[in-house]
Design a protein around this ligand. Structure first.
Ligand SMILES: Nc1ncnc2c1ncn2[C@@H]1O[C@H](COP(=O)(O)OP(=O)(O)O)[C@@H](O)[C@H]1O
Ligand SMILES: [Mg+2]
Length: 336
């Protein structure tokens, strides 16, 4: 990181918080896990905050994106926080800098770890969060059902193209080429409520005995709740496909997530429509993490189990929860 960038960050923060030019502001980049944006932890007068600066050219993705997407991220973040309820911690927007396309928000770290860094050794940290996540997401999905997207239509189209063509299609085509067009069309067609759309383990912060925190609202859009549920289910399944000892815990997470989400949305017809799509979305996310860009590190055996389970989940259009569980158990415990 160059000194020029640090100086800019400090002056964005002084301007946003209306501090004097000589107010002491210390900046560290928190970018190890970030593929897209420039994220800084900032300390000022003993308090910390996060500043996210949105470039036109993402750090590790060869595309160009409008920097104005920062305004949609702030709007989506604000809405998520308004509807999620108190059990899931969501940052508060402090200010948006229109000149530098930067978003400042409260620090929800507070002793939490990024789930991605700890899930293999401490799956309980995710398990603990199952019910709050189900209730929080259910509340957001239900409260925003039928409402407009926080994104302008043209920007939403650009973001969708990157997500579907750039991030999801390559893995899905390798694992279930024949079903991908149908699954993609289905995922794209359901624009039903506000979704986070990026609930990967790098965007979940966990700490034992404390509420789970969600960050990174860059993907928020009007979409299919199956997208959010499917991402979280994939987060739980990936460690279990690497370590069969975690299968029961992963299934317990999924069951608690789905049950609490079902109660929170309280609309049986909606749940019946969303759940089968959730399992195909799960297939897509597993394929992306096993075989797409930014694929995760895992053993060859684990990658084979990911392929088999994703292929099996993609092949059925009406999987019930029981059928889903049977598929998980048989593939996760398969001897290769
Ligand atoms: N408000 C916040 N509080 C605490 N940590 C945060 C906050 N925002 C981001 N982070 C940390 O910075 C990392 C990168 O931020 P993120 O918004 O996910 O950027 P990107 O869009 O580039 O992935 C996150 O994984 C998280 O560890
Ligand atoms: Mg992120």
């Amino acid at each position: 990181m160059t000194t020029a960038v640090v100086a800019d960050v400090a002056s964005i923060v002084r301007r946003g918080l209306k501090l004097r030019d000589d107010a002491p502001v210390s900046v560290t980049e928190d970018g190890a896990l970030s593929n897209i944006n420039y994220v800084y932890r900032v300390e000022v007068y003993g308090r910390s905050l996060y500043l996210k600066v949105i470039p036109e050219q993402p750090k590790r993705l060869p595309v160009k994106l409008p920097r104005e997407r920062v305004f949609s991220e702030a709007a989506g973040l604000w809405q998520f926080r308004a509807f999620a309820g108190g059990e899931v911690l969501i940052p508060e927007v402090l200010f948006v800098d229109r000149d530098e396309f930067a978003l400042a928000m409260t620090d929800v770290g507070e002793g939490r770890a990024v789930l991605f860094n700890v899930i293999r050794d401490d799956f309980d940290l995710l398990l603990e969060a199952a019910q709050p996540l189900g209730r929080g997401l259910g509340a957001v999905h239900a409260c925003t059902r039928g409402k407009a997207s926080p994104r302008p239509a043209q920007e939403e189209a650009i973001v969708r193209r990157i997500v579907f063509d750039g991030l999801l299609a390559p893995g899905a085509r390798q694992v279930f080429a024949e079903q991908w067009d149908g699954i993609r069309a289905e995922m794209e067609a359901h624009r039903e409520c506000l979704i986070h759309a990026d609930l990967w383990s790098k965007n979940l912060l966990v700490r034992r005995g404390a509420p789970v925190a969600l960050v990174d609202f860059e993907g928020v859009c009007c979409g299919d709740p199956a997208f959010d549920l499917g991402t979280l289910i994939a987060v739980a399944l990936l460690p279990a496909l690497q370590n069969p000892a975690l299968v029961d815990a992963a299934l317990s997470f999924i069951e608690q997530l789905v049950n609490t989400w079902t109660i929170a949305v309280s609309d049986a017809a909606w749940v019946d429509a969303v759940l089968p799509r959730t399992f195909r979305a799960t297939a897509t996310f597993l394929a992306a993490r096993g075989f797409g860009p930014f694929a995760y590190d895992m053993s060859d055996d684990a990658r084979q189990r990911v392929r088999a389970l994703a292929g099996d989940l993609a092949s059925d259009t009406r999987d019930t929860f029981d059928a889903f569980q049977r598929k998980v158990v048989s593939h996760a415990r398969a001897r290769l």
